[in-house]
Design a protein. Structure first.
Length: 597
């Protein structure tokens, strides 16, 4: 086994975070044994990817050759320039809905331009080092739109599964099923036989021979049944004609500012899905192998792959989880396996074009039914339904919008709902405590502590009040200080705000704290902040807070408070000595204003 070089940390600064894993693997040493394992793995993955690439392209509303081109070109680029040892790239089920929608609204040229824009966005994401951030999309959102896509893929294959002969199936989910219901009487026994035989072959192969290429075996069986019995079943050739035997010449459609603006939302969706799925696949690969991918390098590889795929007229591409796992289980060691998978696919495309035209669409539809089932993750979906109510709501809303509305809208709404849910939960965690009970609890938490300050055993001085904030102080809880102040009958002379349990302050929290201090000053009340943590200290100082308000601990705060009380008493004695009657209006104004911080 080749010795592994030291992995580059994802957070390491400099160009090293973008270094392709292929370079790292070659530097470690690459021998004949590695090449043999990578060759066998690459061949195994290519056999799996061949029918899958064509099926996904057809389901996306385009021709099967575009799926093959994507698997060859993008698959090569993702392995050559990505940040994972084992990643296998190409067209995936997650893009079926998006691609179909873009082609329906903007044509194939619009899809190619949107794919190129997505490649540029992914490259920007990489250089902005968002690779470690994009992985934190909430799990209910990911599961919701993945399950929604699975249902849409399944729904799109009903016509081919049953041979309904529909040539113009509506894109809308409900309208699609209405069209199926209207054509149900025209189902073809031959198509059902071929799709049923293909499904059975896949399931049996997975059950009894899990290492065999189930998809290829099943599609070959369906093709053999169709040709052997001369069944009247639609094939790739009868619908799309001949397949090309070579890659197309690079070209790009016309680019205008209006088209770029119009296609930007679709490009953003493609980039988002490509980033999410590729990093998820890389994380799964790391879990299976004990490796460590470079997330920003992976995003850069995905960006270059989508730009190249668009140049050759291909589809959006990303890391494919099932094919990546197949690569690992087949013994793949380095990105060379992914490169060879692309080379083998190109060889299949050049040599088998005349044979592939006889593949029945019913068999490819059966393959996509299995893909949809795998994508649905029905066990995880059901488990999330038993999760806390908020998470279940995010899951169902994302799923419903994916199926009935639009994938982009589903992602946006799902993320916003998840963020609101998170903020609500964080606001429930953060609390503001008031008064002597804070001091008493400190004593109870550390009974008999030899270094416990003596003043904690005593009552707070008259005119001093203590607050304690526990948890992040952000905009979701920014108004709590005002509520606490409103609940007091008479403002004290000194407020001590203990912040030792505040790990983070955002701009809204700092603004609320500033308003609280200003309001206290109007009542002649001084505010002291104790044990301010590093991030809150930096945030408060940048927003203009007086450094003198921040004291290291409660001891220093109480000492300062006693000085302020003493100064106040001295001022009142002097004022009363200079006047035998009621205070003048000028004196009342000075007393109300209090000392300025």
């Amino acid at each position: 086994m080749a010795r592994r070089a030291k992995e580059v940390r994802p957070d390491q600064p400099g160009w090293a975070i973008f270094l392709p894993k292929l370079v790292t693997c070659l530097k470690e040493g690459y021998g004949a044994g590695d090449l043999r394992r990578d060759t066998l793995a690459g061949l195994s993955v290519a056999i799996v990817a061949l029918p899958l690439a064509m099926a996904l392209a057809i389901a996306s509303g385009t021709t099967p050759d575009r799926g093959l081109v994507t698997a060859v070109v993008a698959g090569f680029m993702i392995s050559a320039f990505g940040g994972s040892r084992f990643q296998i790239g190409g067209p995936t089920g997650a893009f079926v809905v998006v691609v179909y929608s873009v082609i329906e609204r903007h044509g194939v040229d619009g899809l190619i331009l949107a794919t190129a824009m997505a490649g540029i966005l992914l490259t920007i994401f990489a250089f902005a080092r968002l690779g470690t951030v994009i992985k934190f999309i909430p799990y209910p959102v990911v599961t919701g739109f993945t399950a929604g896509i699975a249902l849409i893929i399944f729904s799109s294959q009903i016509s081919e599964l049953f041979g309904l002969g529909l040539t113009d199936v509506p894109g809308d989910f409900l309208a699609k099923w209405e069209a199926y219901a209207g054509a149900a009487a025209h189902w073809q026994p031959a198509a059902v036989a071929v799709s049923g035989a293909t499904l059975a072959a896949i399931l049996l192969a997975r059950r009894y021979r899990p290492r065999w290429p189930a998809f290829l075996i099943a599609v070959a069986l369906g093709t053999g049944i169709t040709l052997g019995f001369d069944l009247p079943v639609e094939t790739i050739g009868s619908r799309f004609g001949e397949l090309p035997r070579m890659l197309p010449a690079p070209a790009m459609p016309e680019v205008t500012l209006a088209r770029l603006v119009d296609l930007f939302p679709d490009a953003l969706t493609i980039a988002f899905l490509a980033g999410i799925e590729s990093l998820l696949s890389a994380v799964i690969a790391d879990g299976l192998t004990g490796g460590r991918h470079r997330s920003n390098g992976e995003l850069l590889g995905q960006g270059l792959a989508n730009l190249t795929s668009a140049a050759f007229g291909g589809l959006p591409a990303t890391g494919a989880i099932a094919r990546t796992v197949t690569n690992i289980k087949s013994g793949g060691r380095t990105p060379v396996a992914g490169i060879l998978h692309a080379v083998f696919l190109l060889v299949f495309m050049l040599l088998l074009a005349e044979v592939l035209v006889y593949v029945p669409l019913a068999s490819l539809a059966a393959v996509l039914v299995i893909v949809a089932w795998n994508m649905s993750e029905i066990q995880h979906f059901a488990r999330l339904l038993r999760a806390p109510r908020g998470d279940a709501m995010v899951l169902l809303v994302t799923f419903g919008l994916t199926v009935l509305a639009d994938l982009t809208l589903a992602i946006e709404v799902g993320i916003v709902l998840a963020a609101l849910l998170f903020m609500r939960r964080m606001s429930e965690v953060t609390e503001v405590e008031v008064g002597q009970e804070i001091m008493q609890r400190d004593v109870a938490d550390a009974p008999g502590h030899p270094e416990l300050p003596r003043h904690i055993q005593e009552e707070l001085p008259a005119g001093v009040e203590v607050f304690q904030i526990n948890g992040p102080f952000f905009f979701g809880v920014a108004t709590r200080l005002q509520h606490v102040l409103d609940s007091l009958r008479k403002p004290p002379r000194v407020f001590i705000v203990r912040m030792r349990h505040v790990p983070m302050v955002d701009a809204s929290g700092a603004h609320a704290l500033g308003e609280f201090i200003d309001r206290c000053r109007k009542h002649g009340t001084e505010v002291l902040l104790t044990a301010v943590q590093p991030q809150p200290r930096r945030a408060l100082l940048r927003m203009g807070f007086n450094r003198r308000r921040m004291v290291p601990n409660i001891d220093a705060a109480l000492a300062r408070a006693k000085d302020i009380l003493a100064e106040g008493e001295s001022g009142e004695v002097q004022a009363s000595a200079g006047s035998s009657g009621p205070a003048t209006s000028a004196h009342r104004h000075q007393k109300a204003a209090g000392p300025q911080g």
